[in-house]
Write a protein that binds this ligand. Structure first.
Ligand code: MLT
Length: 332
């Protein structure tokens, strides 16, 4: 090699080494200073609904431990996929984080083309909490129990309306499995979250809704809605007299809603670590625990509030739900 060529190769190597070192220093400085402004917590459903409630509950203590506010931003539509797309494309600087439920795992089977890949376009922070669901009817809906509901729906399938929060929402998934197990299709009314769907159920505008326990327990206890069953294999401590759907004939019916917190791909690890610490603190906050307990929501063990746990769980859930959804032949 010519002397001049050798000098030029050495200069190029030195320049690239210096560039990497400077980039690393800048990254460390960015991570040290983090957070220096409020953090956006994107919620993929309407304010006042179950995902929004869990998000707002953890946002306050997370903000306290990070020393900056964590501000909830509701990004609505398409069963959570609009919000997920927005987060996948956001700057990976730690100022956009995302809470989503198992819709993150069901969307790939529900949409022909998703603008993001749940397994490639995100960083994983940790799981949050598991929420059971209940199958509800409007107060003056004729069926009084699950058996009557089955018979009524079969006899009136062209009349019955079922609310949900769009393809990718757990209300849609639960409704889909329910209809598929009964072998009927009813008219689906999509909302931008089960917050507004529940409002319409209470107002008598729709007939039935599968919703999480987050907001629904007080309405069940006050007889403002009819309850036909819980979606988990075991009865709930908050509603001990409400039978499971499984025990009423739809054997194996099992829908429990898990949640995860994510960040855009490329968010620096030291920043993700700070967010994880804040999430763990929020989930061990006694007020948060009490509020979630009251709604029969289980905070996950701290061993699940990790990137590895969330990523592994998401992967398993994508593989679990894909075949079930395709067999149930949606979307709607
Ligand atoms: C919501 O927050 O509105 C729900 O999680 C929607 C759903 O998935 O059913």
């Amino acid at each position: 090699m010519q002397f001049k060529t050798r000098i030029s190769v050495a200069t190029t190597l030195l320049n690239s080494f210096l560039a990497s070192a400077l980039a690393l220093l800048a990254l460390n400085a960015q991570a040290d200073a983090y957070p220096s402004k409020p953090i956006n917590l994107v919620v993929p459903f309407a304010a006042g609904g179950p995902t929004d409630s869990v998000a707002r509950l953890i946002a306050v203590p997370m903000g306290k431990s990070l020393g900056q506010s964590v501000v909830v931003e509701n990004v609505l539509g398409a069963g959570g996929t609009i919000a997920a797309t927005k987060v996948a494309r956001a700057a990976p600087d730690g100022y956009t984080i995302f809470i989503h439920h198992m819709g993150m795992a069901t969307a790939p089977a529900l949409y022909d083309k998703l603008p993001y890949d749940p397994m490639k376009d995100f960083e994983y922070i940790g799981q949050v909490a598991d929420v059971p669901m209940v199958l509800l009817g409007r107060k003056n809906f004729p069926p009084n129990n699950f058996k009557e509901l089955e018979a009524y729906i079969k006899a009136n399938k062209d009349k019955v309306t079922m609310a949900n929060a769009g393809p990718g929402a757990v209300s849609q998934l639960c409704g889909l499995i329910f209809q598929s197990r009964l072998g009927v299709r009813v008219t689906t009314i999509p909302y931008k979250g089960t917050g507004p769907a529940l409002t319409d159920l209470l107002g008598g505008q729709v007939d039935i809704l599968c919703d999480q326990t987050t907001q629904t327990i007080p309405y069940i206890k006050d007889n403002r809605v009819k309850v036909y069953g819980v979606t988990t294999p075991k009865r709930l401590s908050a509603l001990p007299n409400v039978p499971t759907i499984d025990e009423q004939g739809l054997k194996g019916f099992d829908v429990k809603v898990w949640h995860g917190v994510y960040a855009p791909k490329g968010t620096p690890k030291p920043i993700l670590d700070k967010i994880t610490v804040a999430l763990k603190k929020a989930l061990t906050d006694p007020d948060v625990k009490k509020r979630l307990d009251d709604s029969n929501i289980d905070i996950v063990p701290m061993s699940k509030v990790t990137a590895e746990s969330l990523k592994t769980h998401l992967d398993a859930e994508i593989n679990r739900w894909g075949p079930i959804i395709r067999k149930a032949n949606i979307p709607d």
